[in-house]
Design a protein around this ligand. Structure first.
Ligand SMILES: O=C(O)[C@@H](CO)OP(=O)(O)O
Length: 236
């Protein structure tokens, strides 16, 4: 990198704590609201970004309420509510299949320890699938009516979540960054791990060990080849 090269800022933000994060349920594509603590985390994230001199040109979030509401709080705190906020199902959390709504011990009792643990530890392990007639199946939900049903999951490994987000990352997000636009992406723990993986060239095993905290802006400075030059959590 030359001394004069202009760096582009990109901020990744996991939504504030949801009601189910608080109670330790697998959440995935279940559309669960922020907890009061999560709302506060989202406001605080916006305040910290503003105080640190960040601004954005475009914001992205998942289709899920906890991410959409977090983004709305951040935009409001930063006086950026006029900015377009693009939603995509491709930024949804990894789909936890039949585990969704369950706490870990209940899931282990129902499915056995290894299927549950493996899906948490192995990049390519798929959690137990939803039955095709389950009302939680995304293809049966009106909100995903415009998506090709063959692309909608019954559960996802982290690897499948990575494959699902890649077209959006490459065709929508990266071109904006290449134009020097400052982006904020509000999404979820598993999905953000796949973005960090692509930015930093991590392996599947490394990705499964990444921790991404709710409501903590993860800031990147990228050079013109989109290589991260700096990466840091914004201090509280
Ligand atoms: O879905 C979930 O159970 C959690 C952890 O993967 O994700 P989120 O970041 O949406 O809380």
């Amino acid at each position: 990198m030359s001394k004069t090269e202009k760096l582009t800022r990109l901020v990744l933000l996991r939504h504030g704590k949801s009601v189910w994060n608080k109670d330790r349920h697998f959440t995935g594509w279940s559309d669960i609201a922020l907890s009061l603590q999560g709302e506060e985390e989202a406001r605080r994230a916006g305040q910290r970004l503003k105080q640190a001199g960040f601004s954005f040109d475009i914001c992205f979030c998942s289709e899920l309420k906890r991410a959409r509401d977090t983004l709305a709080f951040v935009q409001s705190e930063m006086s950026l509510s006029h900015l377009p906020a693009y939603q995509s199902w491709r930024l949804n959390e990894r789909h936890y299949g039949a585990l969704e709504g369950m706490r870990p011990w209940a899931a282990i009792r129902k499915f056995g320890i290894w299927p549950v643990l493996k899906s948490q530890l192995h990049f390519d392990a798929v959690p137990p699938l939803l039955m095709a007639n389950d009302p939680r199946v995304p293809a049966s939900q009106q909100r995903y009516a415009a998506v090709n049903h063959a692309q909608l999951p019954l559960a996802e490994s982290m690897q499948q979540a990575l494959v699902r987000v890649q077209p959006f990352w490459q065709q929508t997000i990266l071109p904006e960054i290449r134009q020097g636009k400052r982006l904020l992406i509000v999404s979820h723990k598993g999905l953000l791990r796949t973005l960090v993986m692509q930015l930093e060239g991590l392996t599947g095993a490394q990705v499964m060990r990444l921790s991404i905290t709710t409501g903590q802006p993860l800031c990147y400075e990228l050079d013109s080849s989109l290589n991260p030059v700096n990466r840091y959590y914004l201090p509280g």
